[in-house]
Design a protein around this ligand. Structure first.
Ligand code: MEV
Length: 313
């Protein structure tokens, strides 16, 4: 018997990094997915295959002995099947570029938790999210949980670490153009660098948290009115805060500058240090924004909001 699940990637529109310190973030799921297939096997091993490599191990191996980006899958599989006299084979297929801030690892954890757990029981989205966050913590201990949450429920949402998420009901009519720096990053390392920045600049960091929080409240109002120009101005302002906490670099700055030329605003999305930026557009400036990136030899593609979230079949 096979079990299959897919989960969307994500874009953090506002509030990355600050969300780790209790500030609200605004995120949306995107129409690019990770699909995970899980199947029980007679051989009592955990076997994981993906386009970033393979992992085949006995059950009950200590996580500290596993040095692989596939560790969250091993954690999930072992947790779920350890008391059953079987093995498991897991296959991962991805439409999301990996390791560039578009939620590939969270979508993997969500789709993985769903596909594996549903081999044994009809798990709810809440249970799957809990498992997915546990799995993500095996590679990134300090996660705010924002990414796994949006990959589970889809749509556009406000999220805070303490009270969880609230779906934003308005359906904004924007397009996002994502440009990829093709610099892979480790979210954990960059979150640790921001922690260091905070320790050295407590006062500046708390002012930035206050400013970010006000900006998010303004955006929530603008979203209700679908005021894309004003939301674009907030994107530009948010990018300035991200520059201040040190997660940008020359290439990302150049991409943001190019992105801003024709769109309503552009900023880094996710951890930064590499990864992706997005430019906010509507139909009027979508093609010109894409052209700007292409003319400057940057990889880019446009995405829409995914409203489905986790899907099981
Ligand atoms: C990474 O996609 C988002 C961060 O805010 C970390 C987190 O929220 O866990 C940088």
């Amino acid at each position: 018997m096979k079990s299959k699940a897919s989960a969307p990637g994500k874009v953090i529109l506002f509030g990355e990094h600050f969300v780790v310190y209790g500030i609200k973030a605004i995120l949306c799921a995107i129409d690019k997915r990770i699909t995970v297939t899980a199947e029980k096997t007679k051989e009592r091993k955990i076997s994981i295959k993906s386009n970033i490599g393979k992992l085949e191990l006995e059950k009950n191996i200590s996580l500290s002995e596993i040095n692989s980006p596939l560790k969250p899958f091993y954690y999930l599989a072992n947790k779920i099947i350890k008391n059953h006299d079987i093995g498991i084979e897991i296959i991962i297929e991805s439409e999301i570029p990996l390791g560039v801030g578009l939620g590939s690892s969270s979508a993997c954890c969500v789709a993985g938790a769903a596909a594996i757990s549903r081999l044994f029981a009809d798990t709810t989205k809440e249970e799957i999210l809990k498992l997915a966050i546990e799995a993500e913590k095996t590679i990134f201990q300090n996660t705010s949980g924002a990414d796994c949450t949006v990959c589970t429920y889809g749509g556009i949402m406000e999220y805070d670490k303490e009270s969880g998420f609230t779906t934003i009901e308005s359906q904004p009519n924007f397009h996002l153009v994502i440009a990829n720096s093709n610099i892979e990053h480790s979210t954990e390392t960059i979150v640790a660098a921001v922690k260091e920045f905070k320790a050295k600049n407590e006062e500046e960091f708390s002012t930035l948290c206050r400013n970010e929080s006000e900006l998010i409240e303004d955006v929530l109002k603008e979203l209700k009115d679908n005021n894309i120009k004003e939301i674009g101005n907030k994107v530009i302002q948010n990018q300035e805060y991200l520059e201040k906490i040190g997660i940008s670099n020359d290439k990302l700055r150049d991409m943001v500058k190019i992105g801003k030329n024709r769109s309503f605003g552009a900023k880094i999305t996710g951890a930064g240090g590499g990864g992706c930026i997005f430019a906010l557009t509507d139909k009027s400036n979508l093609d010109n924004t894409i052209k700007q990136f292409k003319d400057n030899n940057y990889d880019c593609f446009s995405v829409k909001i995914d409203f489905k979230g986790l899907d099981t079949f």
